[in-house]
Design a protein around this ligand. Structure first.
Ligand code: PEP
Ligand code: MN
Length: 286
């Protein structure tokens, strides 16, 4: 007799938190980001700069990624930088630019929130709130995000196990917000040639254990522009529900993460290639 191993502690070594568990809710949750649905048959592509830098940068990049097929615009207004001396983001000014571009292009926007005190502010401008890798275990922030009525993009902590990742998502669902998308963005390993080690095996594992949609960030996952297309294609092939990628109109001039950002032409070409991969795994990119 075949048994389902989803909740078998011998197989995964822990019990799956109840609200995120697929055993409790067999159908994949559809997360609705202002009309764009993640978790259905379409692979959702989120693209845009690492940081919002200027109106021109955001405008040029947003229209180009939209025309290439991206459905959601990304861009950080509050940036979690390793150094306190690096550019910290434009703050509310950046949120205003994002909201203006949304009106102009019709594309929903996702941006990071780093602090419980800013959840209301960011939710007032954005269509989806990102909780970044460094904050995956910021429990007050997870709870506050769970109380707000906007979808949440939860990125895997760079040192987090799958169990810790699912427990972090459980915090959000526990507050009544089930509109959560999980994002694999690479973890820290002994390897130094890539910025992180993109754990693509997390995708089928998370999808087996949880009903939440799973997307992949090959930009932070590799830290290398030339490697992003290969890993993006691989992510679609292993069943990701979407991708989030950094794209910049002049990557060489980007204030933040330019070395891992695709140019507009590279992104356009990648979208063409991704459509073929999507068809091969019975998905589509609209
Ligand atoms: C980002 O998306 O720009 C970012 C800072 O991501 P992460 O939290 O995965 O490092
Ligand atoms: Mn970045």
């Amino acid at each position: 007799m075949e048994t389902d191993t989803c909740n078998d502690p011998v197989n995964v070594g822990f019990s799956i938190p109840a609200r995120v568990s697929r055993a409790m809710k067999p159908d994949t949750t559809i997360v609705d980001i202002n009309g764009v649905k993640a978790g259905g048959s379409a692979v959702v592509v989120i693209a845009g700069p690492c940081a919002v830098e200027s109106l021109e940068q955001l405008f040029e990049t947003a229209w180009a990624v939209k025309n290439a097929g991206a459905k959601i615009l990304r861009g950080g207004a509050f940036k979690p930088r390793s150094s306190p001396y690096s550019f910290q983001g434009l703050g509310e000014e950046g949120l205003k630019l994002l909201s203006n571009i949304r009106k102009e292009t019709g594309m929903p926007v996702v941006t990071e929130v780093m602090d419980t005190r800013q959840v209301e502010l960011v939710a007032g401008y954005a269509d989806m709130l990102q909780i970044g890798s460094r904050n995956m275990q910021n429990y007050p922030l997870l709870k506050e995000a769970g109380m707000c009525r906007k979808p949440i993009l939860l990125k895997r902590g760079m040192m987090a196990t799958i169990e810790e990742f699912l427990l972090a998502a459980e915090y959000i669902l526990n507050q009544g917000n089930d509109q959560v998308v999980l994002c694999e963005r690479g973890i820290r390993t002994f390897e130094t040639t890539t910025r992180n080690t993109l754990d693509l095996s997390a995708v089928p594992m998370l999808k087996r254990l949880s009903h939440l949609p799973v997307i992949v960030d090959p930009s932070h996952g590799t830290g290398l522009r030339w490697m992003v297309p290969a890993m993006a294609k691989a992510a679609v092939a292993v069943g990701a529900d979407g991708l989030i990628m950094e794209v910049h109109y002049h990557p060489e001039k980007a204030i933040c993460d330019g070395y891992q950002s695709l140019s507009l032409d590279e992104f356009d070409q990648l979208m063409t290639d991704l459509r073929k991969i999507a068809i091969a795994v019975e998905r589509e990119i609209l």
